[in-house]
Design a protein around this ligand. Structure first.
Ligand code: NAI
Length: 267
């Protein structure tokens, strides 16, 4: 049973084809929202949308490369047209390219900045334009950005990624401030997930081994669990439930916040 009610809400989830994003799309739909998944993986994105639709929700797919301003304009229009509005944006799309500082590659770094930082900011730009009074979906809303525990603690071999997620954290605050002061009626928050064993999470564990920082994937994962007071890895549902909460009226007085969803790892 849904814990928070999002009946009638219209959401766009970036990077929703798989992993945490797919789980967020599912949880929003289960809470009553209709959802568009935006992703560069068209086949998988459509498949995920169909799978969730089969569970009884209204879930569609729109091609979206979050680094492209034009894609955002089209995806925003498509969301408003397909769902009849747009009042929730979850900026979840992200990439992680592991590297020790001594091996940092400029192109990899720029790619992460493009997807994680520019992608999130462009999303907020188009969400604000649509959701603010007079916009195509005028009537307020909620944005949740997916940052990372990496924005709150030091973890080896992800300096570049950590920098991008710290930037997402700061951009969230500024956007929340602007929305409040300019009367857009859009709440903006972010979450800091701990390690979740998705494609990205498991690739990171393997990269940690390859970087000589742990003898095996089991040891790398064990290190993370050892640093986590609640004693386990994160699950997709742990993240999705908090996103649903932040989008709901139960969070109506929360904006500019960053919620750690990391079992206490970053406390
Ligand atoms: P994932 O790699 O399994 O899924 C990422 C999704 O984003 C994929 O569907 C991918 O196609 C999409 N994507 C990538 N670049 C894109 C672009 N330019 N435009 C549109 N879509 C794009 O990753 P996961 O684990 O589900 O991560 C989701 C978010 O959570 C990311 O922002 C990640 O940084 C963050 N996160 C993940 C953690 C983990 O341990 N898995 C921990 C902390 C944060």
């Amino acid at each position: 049973m849904a814990k928070f009610d999002l009946t009638g809400r219209k959401a766009l989830v970036t990077g929703g084809a798989r992993g945490i994003g797919a789980g967020i799309a599912q949880a929003l739909a289960q809470a009553g929202a209709s959802v568009m998944i935006g992703d560069v993986l068209a086949d998988l994105g459509k498949e995920t949308a169909q799978r969730l639709s089969a569970e009884g929700a209204k879930v569609g797919f729109v091609p979206l490369d979050v680094t492209k301003d034009g894609d955002w304009a089209a995806a925003t229009d498509a969301t408003v047209k397909a769902l009849g509005g747009f009042d929730i944006l979850v900026n979840n799309a992200g990439i992680e390219i592991t590297s020790l500082v001594v091996d940092v590659d400029g192109d990899d770094l720029r790619r992460m900045l493009d997807v994680n930082v520019a992608g999130t900011l462009l999303g907020m730009k188009h969400a604000f334009r649509a959701m603010r009074p007079g916009g195509s979906a005028g009537g307020g809303g909620a944005v949740v950005n997916i940052a990372s525990v990496a924005a709150t603690i030091a973890f080896p071999a992800i300096a570049g990624y950590s920098a991008t997620k710290s930037a997402v954290d700061r951009a969230t605050r500024v956007a929340a401030m602007e929305s409040g002061k300019l009367g857009y009626g859009v709440r903006v928050n972010c979450i800091y997930p701990g390690l979740v064993p998705t494609d990205m999470g498991m690739k990171l564990a393997n990269d940690i081994v390859a970087a000589g920082l742990a003898p095996s994937v089991e040891a790398a994962v064990g290190d993370v669990i050892g640093q986590t007071p609640l004693g386990r890895l994160g699950e997709i549902g742990d993240m999705a439930d908090v996103v649903v909460f932040l989008c709901s009226d139960a969070a109506r007085f929360i904006t500019g916040a960053g919620l750690a969803v990391d079992g206490g790892m970053g406390m």
